[in-house]
Design a protein around this ligand. Structure first.
Ligand code: G3P
Length: 201
């Protein structure tokens, strides 16, 4: 039990690390909270700073979710008997990214971190969701649209692939949460003012 508590705390702290803010300021001298969508995630970094910033922040934020869920599985030592441990710690990494300990409980939209959790828990579902996301972004240039559709697909694919009930619950919660975090993007998509991403910058 103590190990699970330690894993939970660690997952939240890891999830709280604001990679976009730290890297943006330290490497490129840009505070992402003052530019574009004001989000500290990879998309705003790509649009505001450029492709290397976007990709590195995407990978680092994704690793937070991967590590968080992995810690739950490792510390609680129960997989596959206790799939809920990975889910609990994964959720805490996502919570940390969106309500960061280091940003007065503010943060990002948790798409990359959520994908990291998904890769650890349901790699096949993660791969399909990533490909769908990529296709939507490639065709429309709207990252937010890809994220919203990708998030909505997670519980559906979890059901199709007959995942444990707790994973289906996680997918449903994560989808609702991520779509809710995109409410300003949804408004902009509907009124035609959402920013597109450029292939090369
Ligand atoms: O991952 C977040 C993305 O879906 C939207 O980001 O900066 O356009 O609000 P942004």
């Amino acid at each position: 039990m103590l190990e699970l508590i330690i894993a939970c705390v660690l997952s939240y702290v890891i999830g709280s690390i604001p990679n976009g803010l730290i890297l943006g300021k330290a490497v490129w001298g840009v505070d992402l909270r003052e530019h574009g969508s004001k989000n500290i995630g990879a998309t705003n970094a790509w649009r505001t700073i450029g492709k290397p910033a976007g990709i590195s922040i995407f990978v680092l934020d994704m690793l937070k979710g991967f590590l968080g869920a992995g810690l739950g599985i490792y510390y609680a030592g129960g997989f596959p008997d206790h799939p809920e441990y990975g889910v609990i710690c994964g959720i805490l990494a996502v919570v940390g990214h969106s309500w960061s300990l280091f940003l007065k409980f503010k943060g990002g939209k948790s798409v990359s971190t959520g994908l990291g959790v998904l890769i650890m828990l349901m790699p096949v579902v993660a791969a399909i969701v990533f490909l769908v996301w990529l296709a939507i972004v490639f065709v429309t240039r709207y990252v937010s649209l890809g994220s919203i559709v990708g998030a909505a697909l997670v519980p559906v694919l979890a059901l199709i692939f007959d995942m444990p009930m707790v994973y289906i619950g996680f997918g449903t919660l994560a989808a609702i949460f991520i779509i809710y975090r995109h409410k300003s993007n949804i408004e902009r998509l509907l009124n035609g003012t959402e920013s597109k991403i450029k292939a090369a910058k």
